[in-house]
Design a protein around this ligand. Structure first.
Ligand code: ZN
Length: 83
């Protein structure tokens, strides 16, 4: 038996390296770690978002164009089928 490092529940382990009783606990630990990381760096996530936005202007435009083309093609196809 081993004790879960997150919730303290006892569990039987399959692997010796297993530290948590379930996937749920593992995910929660990861989530809390990520959140703590972001909280320790205020504004970082917003900064990342801004950087991404600034660095991907061209690919965003291309994606929008592709989307538009797809929509147009669909419209044409539909009209063709109606004839
Ligand atoms: Zn647990």
């Amino acid at each position: 038996m081993k004790t879960c490092k997150y919730c303290g529940k006892e569990f039987t382990y399959n692997r010796r390296s297993q530290e948590y009783c379930s996937d749920e606990c593992r995910k929660r630990v990861k989530y809390e770690k990520d959140r703590a990381w972001l909280e320790a760096r205020p504004g970082k996530s917003a900064e990342y978002g801004r950087n991404w936005y600034a660095n991907n202007t061209e690919s965003r435009k291309q994606a929008a164009r592709k989307c538009y083309q797809k929509r147009c093609l669909k419209k044409i196809e539909k009209e063709r089928n109606n004839l």
